[in-house]
Design a protein. Structure first.
Length: 182
């Protein structure tokens, strides 16, 4: 089974193991900074990670890369469907990660409220070419969190992302689809 078939199967189910997600990530092509410059709509890829489902129940929309110095790593939707940027807060993130993520949306009102309090227009990350798992590819570096998100190309409009967070031993995976280019 080729990369494309594996990816389609994983995408269809939205779930895989960390090991298989890493194999897929390692098999994909790196991307350069220019490839990432646009707004991306995201979805989580469940691998039994503590964050599985967290982005979905908090109305996560995706990420926006304006240029290498101006990145909005967390875009969310408000209750009217309008996109806004959030400033990641290390204390809140560590607190939220300790919550058990329910299979239902019982935490949604709390998470949406928290996000609305963290709105910002300021860039919260940068984009650099960095080596991760033996390959140099575009990587987003949060300004105030020990997190790097590395990206690999699935196709011209889709990337597989992997969040490497110093506080969690297991990587978190997500998929970004190009929403529009600047």
């Amino acid at each position: 089974m080729g990369i494309s078939e594996n990816y389609q199967l994983i995408l269809k189910t939205g779930k895989t193991t960390t090991e298989k997600a890493l194999e897929l990530f390692d098999a994909l092509e790196p991307v350069n900074l220019d490839f990432m410059l646009c707004r991306w709509q995201g979805s989580g890829l469940h691998t039994d990670h503590p964050m599985d489902g967290l982005l979905e129940i908090s109305n996560w929309y995706g990420k926006e890369f304006i240029d290498s110095e101006n990145v909005h790593p967390l875009l969310f939707l408000d209750n009217q469907g309008k996109i806004f940027q959030v400033a990641p807060n290390p204390t809140l993130m560590n607190w939220v990660l300790k919550l058990p993520i329910p299979k239902n949306n019982s935490l949604k009102p709390l998470l949406v409220s928290i996000n609305s309090l963290l709105k910002t227009d300021k860039s919260q990350a940068r984009l650099r070419m960095m080596e991760y798992r033996g390959t140099v590819s575009a990587t987003m570096i949060y300004d105030y969190l020990p997190i790097h998100d590395s990206f690999r190309k699935v196709d011209e409009n889709t990337v597989l992302g992997i969040m490497d967070y110093k506080m969690l031993p297991q990587p978190f995976f997500f998929v970004l689809k190009r929403a529009f280019k600047f």
